[in-house]
Design a protein around this ligand. Structure first.
Ligand code: GDP
Length: 425
């Protein structure tokens, strides 16, 4: 069976923890989109890890980790990440990289930085990992596919063609140093050496695994609201963050995805620019940021402080709908234990009218939150193992959110660890 673990919000919902937890009973974990621009934080018996490229299941000896064709593959980052976990005592993971994945080149990162510089104050808040230039090139059909590393004649011809095209922009738009085709060729040979041991026809591998009845997890990066089609365009990422894309980015039939576990955080956080209706500021935000996640709400890749807000029922209902949620995993609920009252955004007021349907971006910019205050539970819920043991106000908070979003909350996460989970069936 295939299950997808995806985000309902802006990312950082705690997908890494949920994937790591579900991976215990999985055979294969697949990353199907995105690149090294975002990260998952995972806490387990080996310690605390921030992963950017490896799937969150790499810590188990029994799992195979796959980097699917839909991923923006940053080869040096991947290899460094493998080394860094092995150095900390994790058994060498079994990793397969799709021969159809495309490669993030050093010039993609440069272009990312140059474009942010050119845009100045109007920038998108990119992490400068090269993701947008990478996906632009993929769809403009000028990217390098892993399989091409093994065709030297093709590479020799292609580096000249690509350098010529990039150099026009480098010289005339950005006024930066040009790409030397020989150096580009060397870079690719270096990547070939590094990635060769992992390269595989991963869709065929998954096809066979499905025939054998293996348990497969697809791990998404970011969340619905960062999807290029259905998110807050243009303040989105460059690859689809939806479970539906899991079929394409992993190379499996869409009907094989039986469960879509949609991760929703009990309050909101976002990184980068863009409308964020339930955002809070000042001391109120600082306190939630400080207490949030595990050790504060700061980007796993960039260390940037995250923007904070109350739980947004409008955005999360939409987020779950676009994912096709079969289950909602409601995370980081323990963090809210300090509040006397917990505001929740239950509607958007736009031009004097209240809606609970998530609007397009230019309307979203005008939306003001309609807040409802729920009573807090004023205690630490970490360590609680059953739903019935949760304080009444905490259960009421969960049930209120569930009713507002219209999808079943079947898991409640009350701490960062693997075992901090309450199943609700
Ligand atoms: P992801 O990108 O969706 O995997 O999310 P991140 O890893 O960026 O952010 C989730 C953060 O919250 C991490 O630091 C996790 O260790 C932490 N976390 C996940 N679930 C819980 C939870 O239920 N309670 C607490 N306190 N922290 C959690």
């Amino acid at each position: 069976m295939v299950r997808a673990v995806v985000g309902a919000n802006w990312g950082d919902e705690g997908k890494g923890k949920i994937t790591d937890m579900l991976a215990e009973k999985a055979d294969i974990i697949v990353r199907f989109q995105g690149g090294a621009n975002a990260g998952h934080t995972i806490i387990n018996d080996y310690g605390k890890f921030a992963l950017h490229t490896l799937p969150s299941g790499v810590f188990y000896g029994h799992t195979t980790s796959i980097i699917g064709n839909g991923v923006a593959l940053d080869i040096p980052v991947l290899c460094k990440e493998i080394q860094s976990i092995v150095d900390r005592g994790v058994p060498a993971p079994k990793i397969l990289v799709s021969d159809r994945a495309q490669i993030v080149m050093s010039y993609h990162k440069n272009f990312d930085a140059y474009e942010e510089e050119r845009l100045g104050g109007k920038s998108f808040g990119s992490t400068k990992s090269g993701i947008a230039p990478f996906y632009s090139d993929k769809y403009a059909k000028v990217g390098f596919q892993v399989s091409e590393l093994f065709d030297e004649e093709l590479l020799k011809e292609k580096v000249v063609r690509i350098a010529a095209q990039k150099n026009v922009l480098l010289s005339h738009l950005y006024h930066k140093p040009e790409i030397n085709p020989d150096e580009l060729y060397e870079e690719l040979l270096e990547y070939k050496k590094m990635i060769e041991p992992y390269v595989c026809d991963t869709s065929l591998y998954l096809y066979q695994a499905l025939k054998e009845g293996k348990e497969i997890l697809l791990e998404g990066q970011l969340g619905t609201l960062k999807d290029p089609d259905h998110g807050i365009y243009p303040m989105v990422t460059s690859s689809s963050t939806l479970a539906a894309y899991g079929a394409i980015g992993a190379g499996i039939p869409p009907y094989e995805i039986k469960k879509v576990i949609t991760v929703c955080k009990a309050y909101s956080s976002a990184v980068g620019a863009g409308a964020f209706v339930s955002e809070i500021f000042g001391e109120e935000a600082d306190e939630l940021r400080r207490r949030g996640g595990d050790g504060g709400e700061f980007g796993a890749t960039t260390g940037r402080p995250r923007r904070m807000g109350w739980f947004d029922c409008v955005a999360s209902k939409y987020g779950c709908r676009m994912q096709g949620a079969t289950d909602v995993a409601f995370t980081v609920l323990d963090v809210l234990g300090y509040l006397d009252e917990i505001p929740v955004c239950v509607g958007y007021e736009i031009d004097g009218e209240v809606t609970t349907d998530f609007p397009v971006t230019h309307m979203l910019e005008k939306a003001k939150p309609v807040l409802k205050k729920l009573p807090g539970w004023k205690c630490d819920i970490k360590g609680i193992k059953t739903y019935e043991e949760l304080p009444e106000n905490c259960r009421k908070y969960i049930e209120f959110v569930e009713e507002q979003i219209g999808y079943p909350i079947t898991m409640v996460s009350n701490g960062p660890g693997r075992d901090d989970i309450i199943y609700r069936v």
